[in-house]
Design a protein around this ligand. Sequence first.
Ligand code: CP
Length: 318
Amino acid sequence: MNLNPAPRIPWTRKHLLGLEELSREEILAILDTADSFHEVSTRNRKKVPALTGRVVFNLFFENSTRTRTSFSLAAKRLSADTQDFQAGVSSLTKGETFIDTAKNIEAMGADVLVVRHPTPGTPHLLTQHVHASVINAGDGAHEHPTQALLDLLTIRRLRGRIEGLTVGLVGDIGHSRVARSNIHGLLKLGAKVILCGPPTLVPRSLERLGCTVSNNLDEVLPLCDVVNVLRIQFERDQKAVFPSIAEYFRLYGLTAARVERAKSDLLLLAPGPINRGVELTPEVADGPHSAILDQVTNGLAVRMAVLYLVSGQKTDPR
Ligand code: CP
């Protein structure tokens, strides 16, 4: 594999915990590396020997379709051994602590721990107790760095740039780790970020990060080059945040009529899972503006890049 263009700076981090702590150059290094791995995914033989002999463990304490599967497949494509840890059938149910569990997994030779946990800061805590690299696959409402990186990669691949674009993040911003990671990444790469949703789901305090906050989607949508539709997280306590799903959909649902009034080349993203008929209609989700499945494809390349970089590869892995 030819890493061309080569990452703009040498990657020195052992962990990927969030986009808040990354520089613009580090984010670009991941995106450039992911572009190279994207090419690998188009080959008949979709596998490179870069991480032969390495062991990647998925430690997921929340459900996942895209992130877990994609990390697993990314590790396999890099020729690493990969193993999923099943929390529900583990000795956690007998009282073993999270840290003891992680140390036991590391004792089996894990080089990289990919961690999703409902408690913010869990991956950061883990770095103080294990020698393995730790990748944050979503910690509570804090950060989901690889989701934001795949969103950035999708925008860059489909629009050719990120700098100067206006990106609207619509929906449940307050509970969203995807929103937080996107805000850090988009602002560092020079995009303008507008947060839009009901006042109960879009804290005004996020303006201090450098975003604009609006509660009126019909005013915001015509300004946007990209809209990223964030899911209403019904599994969290949402009882009092808006009067009804019908009311939310009327004010903030992405419908064909709303998209008609947007820019003709509007790019529509959604991290998934999507609630069809709540955040967007099926015809919009499956329509010509939608890049939802491109995001999933790009996610594989991003996760290959992150696994490769945190594993300290310095050489061309062909
Ligand atoms: N976008 C995302 O993180 O999806 P999963 O919860 O299915 O991993």
